[in-house]
Design a protein around this ligand. Sequence first.
Ligand code: UGA
Ligand code: MN
Length: 417
Amino acid sequence: MSSAHYQALEPQTSDEDNEDIERRPHQKHTRCTAATAAAPPHPMVRKGSVGGGRRRCVLPLVGGTLFFIAFCYLTLSGDTRIALGLGGASEDSEEASHQGLDSMNFRPLNESLHVCSENFEDHRQFMQDKPRSDYGQLPVIYFVTPTYPRREQIPELTRLAHTLLHVPRLHWLVADDQEKCNGYMDTLLNRFGIPYTHMVSPMPSKFRNEKPAPRGVANRRAALQWLRQHNLTNGILYFGDDDNTYDLRLFTEIRKTQRVSMFPVGLIADYGVSGPVVRKGKVVAFLDSWVAGRRWPVDMAGFAVSLEYMAQYPYVNMPYKPGYEEDLFLRSIGLKMDQIEPRGNNCTEILVWHTQTKSKKIGMVRLESKYLDDRSNLGALLLNLKLMGVAGTTENEGRNALISKNGREKSHSAILS
Ligand code: UGA
Ligand code: MN
């Protein structure tokens, strides 16, 4: 996570405070209640509806409800509680530093998942100068890429594909944040020859206008669902956004993942980096300029998970909670600090960069439609750009498209008739 502007769910505390909280987990309830009373509810938390005048009659009801919640809390297993965002039992009691996350908007993984096209066969002959067969039975990396329609989408995916083309034993899960399958993308993905699944899973409309919106969550959830539907308990899961830059050594490193591996991500927020602090070969803490109560303050690209390990956690989840996706996902798989495998030469190297592409709105080319035929390349070119979501054509908006020759503007009819 990189966005320092996300609002913390509770006031940020100093390291000392956090340590103190960790030592006093019983305070969780008290602090939580105080926070609820003082702070306005988080937009994603459903509001209570108890009216002032009715308070007295409602008291027994509230008492009963609280008793019921306490009963459920005590009877649910630790993992279930984590998955439901209720804070689970943990060996080191660190969950106490997460009060405020208790009201996390939990939704089971039941996204509207639709597979557009899929290919399980590897059509590549060589990778990194070696024939495919040389890579034998290495564990497969399931590389999950959430993506969404905008004018940079196809170029981003092309750039990413040209990295992935070098990576053996990889299945690319491309999950598009939109309703309809984009046929152009099917063709593109097929052409690369990398095994892939192209699916669509749009962000629920109620989140669309939120600021910040839970970007890439519906689609990552859909990919998690796909993995579960395929009963995959062998291989490595990695969330690779479409705009990051990946060093090929990353793939060698994450393929070794036994449970959860972590490594620094470059170009994150104020420090230009986010990642684990390692002492004597063990992850002991994290360096990230935005803490906000996150137990695992890491970027989505800063960790990989073994599917065998993940399979032990039936309530794997990534809630629609902007800024907290990584933290809550890692909590849903019961991660413990001493289980983390530091990678990238004990987290001293950068294997992935949080690059961001400048975004612009779709271009508009004003040209009479009669010229969009096969008398020139322009008809086919502009059609391709339209299919890629890069540019559209218009007959009457804005200035006529500039067409020039020898440094001089020419009329469309002079060149295209
Ligand atoms: C950072 C992290 O690197 C993301 O992994 C994290 O999801 C995100 O913050 C967040 O928590 O909001 P950032 O560069 O700020 O990423 O966000 P984007 O790159 O714009 O979006 C993350 C991913 O979601 C991208 O792969 C993007 O294609 C996808 N996305 C974005 C959608 O699927 N739908 C959207 O509406 C926007
Ligand atoms: Mn990004």
